[in-house]
Design a protein around this ligand. Structure first.
Ligand code: HEC
Length: 116
């Protein structure tokens, strides 16, 4: 009986658990997972989870975005759905109305609004 088979099975399970490659977050994922998946590549600093490995971030730092005047969960939810609906001059930030459900956008907006 070869002994490498069970070891291989454990290894394969570990690789699967580590989640290789860009896969969509599981349905019902929390706001932090949504942020890491959809937003961090532009809004996290180098070295932060999901952020770029090198260089600066393309979007503004959101770590205290809820402290800015007017940045309520409602405003943020509209902005995430379609940035131009709140700021006609937004240019680089993509609209996420097609990528996330209304519930996901809402939970993300509330999570961000609580960052003070
Ligand atoms: C492709 C890069 C990119 C991605 C991805 C991205 N953003 Fe942005 N975001 C920007 C840029 C750039 C701006 C500045 C306005 C502009 O030029 O569009 C911005 C602006 C913002 C602002 C306004 C902040 C302020 O202080 O004015 C919020 C809030 C925001 N983004 C939230 C998010 C959230 C939440 C996500 C994920 C769902 C996200 N962004 C994904 C690039 C991005």
């Amino acid at each position: 009986m070869p002994t490498y088979l069970p070891r291989f099975a454990i290894l394969a399970a570990l690789i699967a658990a580590a989640g290789c490659g860009p896969t969509p977050p599981p349905a019902g994922a929390g706001p932090e997972a949504l942020y890491r998946h959809h937003c961090a590549r532009c809004h996290a600093r180098a070295g932060e989870p999901g952020g770029p490995g090198l260089g600066g971030s393309k979007g503004p730092d959101l770590s205290r975005v809820g402290a800015a005047p007017g940045m309520t969960a409602d405003w943020l939810a509209d902005y995430i759905r379609d940035p131009k609906s709140r700021r006609p001059d937004a240019r680089l930030m993509p609209a996420f109305g097609d990528e996330m459900s209304a519930d996901e956008i809402r939970s993300l907006a509330e999570w961000l609004a609580a960052k003070k």
